[in-house]
Design a binder for this molecule. Structure first.
Ligand code: GMT
Length: 373
């Protein structure tokens, strides 16, 4: 098949899923055309054959507050669909990508199918704002196929919008060959020279992630257990989080590493992954952590319980009681047997249920179904 993939190229789960999907489909013989405003970051080190079409966003003084991204994207999509003879345009994140795809369909004469994958904040945070809602709903309903990354997200979509299309749930996936636990005593020593426990948080530091709570929980754990916290990613709440570390006098224990590419290396040396999100449609970094044998400590929200079984691969807690979270974290990292069991269980569950090898064929099958309609 000839498939166009559009995603945000920035640091975020939807871009990762779209990119990994494209890389796997390329290896399985499909012709993949990425249409995006920049080369998606996980694609930068991929040496397989794919095509990349950059969307140039035009700034013109007259536009002032208006972003022309959606229009420039539609123009590029229609060009690629026509000249590369695409069968499918698979867009990740409903807004504005499904709308641009719809526009491209009005522009181009070539028949093709639009598939929209809903990722989370396009439904639960941004897309349901009154300023976006009718547009998000329209984009979803005008797609030929719609997928959601968890049952939770599918249910939320039906609850929030007036949807007249079946949503197919296809879970996110992980490349378990790359995301596996590799001993790296040198790296471990670099961050935890005195044998401290290593905890990790990976996100885009948006308010929904509640990174301030991660810092508070870690500070409490640190009182009893010598530990280091690796914070990977960047975003609007990072400054506040760094200030909290200064105020709590834990800067020697917290390492803000920014946007990293090979996160499997950091996961491989970690003893606990912490997530305190207010909502999370899936939690890709949690799955990637499990695949690397890292026990999970997380809020029981959104689609996370579909991935993590409480008390098996980690602890899921209701609410956000800092003391309760700290106690649960300490329980895991102070008990080697429990930590090992959770680590093994996480690796097994990632391989049994969410391995890319199992999920990619589900996308291929769905593409065929939509094409045959
Ligand atoms: O978490 C974010 O704010 C980024 C967002 C994205 O679109 O990149 O993540 C969403 O999509 C990921 C990939 O499907 C999911 O793993 C995340 O759970 C989801 N984020 C939220 O629901 C908050």
């Amino acid at each position: 098949m000839r498939i166009g993939i559009t995603c945000y190229p920035t640091y975020g789960g939807s871009g990762v899923v779209a990119t990994e999907l494209g890389m796997f489909l390329t290896k399985r013989g499909h012709e993949i055309h990425f249409i995006s405003s920049d080369l998606p970051f996980r694609l930068r080190s991929f040496r397989g054959k794919f095509f990349f079409h950059e969307v140039k966003v035009i700034n013109y003084p007259l536009f002032e507050y208006q972003q022309s991204y959606a229009l420039n994207l539609a123009a590029k999509m229609s060009e690629v669909i026509t000249y590369q003879e695409l069968d499918i345009l698979h867009v990740h994140y409903a807004i504005p990508h499904s709308i641009s795809a719809y526009l491209a369909r009005q522009i181009t004469k070539r028949p093709f199918k639009i598939i929209t994958t809903l990722h989370g904040t396009d439904i639960t945070v941004v897309g349901n704002e009154p300023e976006f809602l009718p547009v998000t709903q329209f984009g979803i309903n005008e797609s030929d196929g719609v997928t959601a990354v968890s049952n939770y997200l599918s249910e939320q979509t039906y609850k929030t919008f007036d949807i007249n299309i079946d949503i197919k749930v296809i879970y996110n996936f992980v490349n378990t060959q790359e995301f596996t636990r590799k001993t790296n005593s040198e790296l471990r020593k670099k961050y935890a020279p005195d044998g401290e426990k290593i905890m990790i948080h990976i996100s885009n530091f948006r308010p929904v992630k509640r990174v301030d709570s991660i810092i508070e929980i870690f500070a409490k754990i640190c009182e009893d257990i010598p530990s280091k916290l690796l914070l990977i990613g960047d975003g609007p709440e990072r400054g506040k989080a760094e200030k909290m570390c200064r105020d709590l006098d834990i800067c020697d224990h917290t390492l803000f590493l920014g946007k990293q590419t090979d996160i499997q290396d950091f996961l491989s040396i970690s003893d606990l992954v912490i997530c305190t999100s207010k909502t999370e449609s899936f939690g890709l970094t949690i799955l990637e952590a499990m695949s690397c044998g890292v026990p999970v400590l997380s809020t029981r929200v959104g689609g996370i319980p579909e991935i993590v079984e409480n008390e098996k691969q980690g602890f899921l807690l209701d609410g956000l009681d800092i003391d309760e979270f700290a106690l649960a974290g300490k329980t895991i990292v102070s008990n080697k047997k429990l930590q090992d069991e959770m680590s093994k269980s996480g690796m097994k569950r990632a391989r049994d249920k969410f391995d890319a090898k199992k999920i990619i064929p589900q996308y291929e099958k769905y593409y065929r179904e939509v094409l045959d309609r």
